[in-house]
Design a protein. Structure first.
Length: 411
């Protein structure tokens, strides 16, 4: 979607705030609608309301793929919200270039964001043309395999310690009437699972060659062929999931109906809400137990340009509040994510969060694909893996050929 040509025509309309709202009411749009996510976002709302302003919740159900086009349409169509969630990366790039988003450089400088936000790549993803346009709120990593301890006990096998053991346990799970791997029908889930498999099996260097360097030869090569073989195993293991949303797939693991799920650490919020304890009720394997690396994707808030002075001031207050140490701890403990501040106390973190913090401290990190690929390239990748997981007749070789073509034209 190209917004640059629309910017001039919309310059007048984009400054119209929601007229009926109180001057310090600020509508915030996001796609956090699962039980665990709602509990986490309530912490942000509580912190902002404590400043004397009011968080007007604009939750949009259906995950980012559904919510982002609605958010973008509102901003470009002259009905901007006060703040909106996007993932770390390039999803708001054209909105910024079209002059539709607030420059937060003054706030970031006053609050010393460059000194406290870790890793620095998160703030780099907010920076366009030397100016800062978003406030990072968390680090979400995709590289996790979540396992139901009860499911493996029922199947009579040990809880796996890595991906190969998980694949080997699949027949026992199936014999016990358990789906080995839960994968929902949303396209981003299949694409994300593939990215996780790539880091675990092909390694960090190959991941960067493909997604950072856009090396189509590497994408068509033997290392990625191994990843497609693993994706084929995952496809076979996920047959029978029969759910759409990611949190429905997580619930299959929570209830012992599925052995495991490849999903980001936001899944922890669902386990927590269900009263399950890391280590006893469920097991988490960062890097699929093969390659303990986590991605530093996650969420940030952008602030559409408004001319209502009171709302603009409220935007500044919200940006500061999101990075407040207490807000960071309260939000991330419920979200299952890691804080973007390197100076907060997370003594209350569970075993899985502590694993993530340890990996982060060691610097075993990669950027998320949202940070490395444009939204259009991401969409092409999602479409491919959605089809691959849904269509058993598509061979790994045919899928890899299409994948290499996507990387060859990626921006």
């Amino acid at each position: 979607m190209n917004f640059r040509l629309m910017a001039a025509a919309l310059a007048a309309s984009v400054v119209l705030p929601l007229g009926a709202a109180n001057a310090t009411d600020l509508e915030v749009t996001h796609w956090w609608t699962s039980g665990g996510e709602a509990a986490a976002v309530a912490e942000l709302a509580k912190a902002f309301d404590a400043t004397g302003n009011k968080w007007v919740d604009g939750a949009i159900a259906g995950s980012g793929g559904t919510a982002r086009p609605i958010m973008i349409s509102r901003i470009t169509g002259g009905d901007p919200m006060g703040a909106t969630q996007f993932n770390h990366g390039r999803q708001a790039e054209e909105l910024v270039q079209a002059g539709l988003m607030r420059d937060l450089t003054d706030v970031a400088t006053a609050e010393h964001w460059k000194d406290i936000i870790r890793p620095s790549s998160l703030l780099d993803s907010c920076t366009i043309g030397g100016k800062i346009y978003c406030a990072p709120v968390n680090i979400h990593s995709w590289q996790w395999l979540w396992l139901s301890n009860a499911a493996f006990k029922k199947a009579g096998v040990e809880v796996p310690k890595n991906w190969d053991e998980f694949v080997a346990a699949a027949p026992a799970l199936e014999k016990a009437g358990i789906v080995p791997l839960a994968v929902g029908g949303q396209p981003w889930q299949a694409a994300g699972a593939f990215d996780v498999l790539m880091v675990a099996i092909a390694g960090k260097d190959t991941f960067h060659k493909v997604f950072k360097d856009k090396d189509a030869e590497a994408a068509a090569g033997p290392e990625i062929a191994k990843v497609f073989k693993a994706a084929d195993d995952a496809r076979k293991m996920s047959k029978g999931s029969n759910v759409q949303d990611w949190n429905q797939a997580t619930n299959l693991v929570i209830t012992g109906k599925a052995g495991g799920q490849i999903m980001g650490d936001w899944a922890q919020g669902e386990f927590q809400l269900a009263g399950q304890k890391a280590g006893s009720d469920y097991t988490c394997l960062p890097g699929l137990g093969v390659n303990e690396i986590i991605s530093t994707g996650g969420d940030a808030f952008y602030f559409p340009l408004l001319k209502d002075e009171a709302k603009s001031k409220a935007q500044d207050v919200l940006a500061k509040t999101l990075l407040d140490p207490k807000t960071q701890v309260a939000f991330n403990l419920k979200k299952g994510s890691l804080p973007v501040r390197g100076d907060v106390d997370l003594a209350a973190a569970n075993d899985c969060m502590k694993k993530g913090l340890d990996i982060l401290a060691k610097g075993n990190v990669i950027e998320g694909t949202d940070q490395l690929l444009s939204a259009d390239s991401q969409k092409q990748k999602e479409d491919l893996f959605s089809e691959f997981f849904a269509n058993p007749s598509m061979t790994p070789e045919a899928a890899q050929k299409r994948f290499a073509e996507i990387i060859a034209s990626a921006d």
